[in-house]
Design a protein around this ligand. Sequence first.
Ligand code: AMP
Ligand code: GLY
Length: 421
Amino acid sequence: MNVGIIGSGGREHAICYMLNKSKKVSKIFCFPGNAGTSLIAQNINLDPDNFSVLEEYCIKKEIKLLVVGPEKPLVNGIVNFFKRKSIKVFGPDKISSKLEGSKIFTKKICQKNNIPTSKFKICESLKETLDYLKRGNFPIVIKADGLASGKGVYICKNFNDAKEASEEIFNGKFGCAKQILVEEFLEGEEMSYFIVTDGKNYKFFGSAQDHKRVGEGDKGKNTGGMGCYSPSRLLNKDLELKIKTKIIEPTLNAVNEQGGVYKGFLYVGLMIKNNDPFLIEFNVRMGDPECQTILPTLNTDLFDVLISCCDGTLNQTSIDFSVSKSICIVLCSKGYPEKFENNIEIKDLEQIKLLKNQNIFHAGTLKTVNGLVSNGGRVLNFVSTSDDFLKCRDEAINLIKKLNWKYGYFRRDIGHKVIKT
Ligand code: AMP
Ligand code: GLY
């Protein structure tokens, strides 16, 4: 079968790499992909948010399955658009995607179904927000309702920070805002839990913890993710049962009751306190770099997983992961997440010999007539799996050292909570 992948990051290169290993996949097209995907697939530079143009191309190239990496096309309704067509789309429909597309939608589901999450207040104007904040406890969390590329969350230490955040949101920093979410600040340790579902059944798809801050020791500005380790150190049977019964199942049922069909990956972002899970957020996709970290430990053919979700036959597919530990370190452009330069040559990447347990997934890279160049903040992902987190990290760092890209920056402490040195 010919398959299309929407997206251009490390997550999509990892998906492309796994699908390329499947005997059932003939040709892969990436919309638009990156220099890494171009080595194993055909990159197509068309706007994946223009569904009609995408459909036309898929028909022409006999693409029968579309895998959606990022949230935007899902929130915009790509699954609904393709519903009665002969092209399968792996991902949740428009209603289900509101779990990521609207934080207020998710909070209302939590409230109605007693799903453990932080206490919250929805405010309809700046005045109402400020009046509420005057009585609030700090730190407090202020969130824009809609998609904000990971930038719509403010952890506010005091009233002034919270006022500034609320003003930014109501002034339209993330698009027209009629409502704002004010949340209690949760203490604990974060964990990401993943499932894959066909709309009826769901299965575990790994756990992980990413490092969002740019600096070592988890300090500095927030980024898309500087690295990740899997599995999470917090996961145990008791906790897992609570995550499933108190959070995942009531949510999938609630989405169903509202007429949604949730097929695809669900990323459950949690705060864990005393072995109890509290929902921070849902994402309706795999994480990046969580995807690059988890997929190399998947033993099952990824194509089988994806197609059985589309066909509603996930209960007939067993999903098997190796017991390996995995670490991904992101090499980013110096200056990221603030100002950085693009179009800087990356030499000799292909000279690096990878062992079976190692992968390099591209993100912000571009193939030009003059060779490989950087094309974004997060440039390359170095992944190593083994039975020991320290070994994973040492190997990933050694690969980065071999590349010796002087314009790059990476964190040497990824996984510090699971590595005692
Ligand atoms: P989100 O985009 O909702 O995942 O938020 C981004 C990050 O902000 C999360 O990964 C947490 O580190 C932090 N965060 C969000 N909501 C809360 C909360 N209620 N309490 C503590 N930290 C939070
Ligand atoms: N690594 C966080 C995310 O993908 O949203």
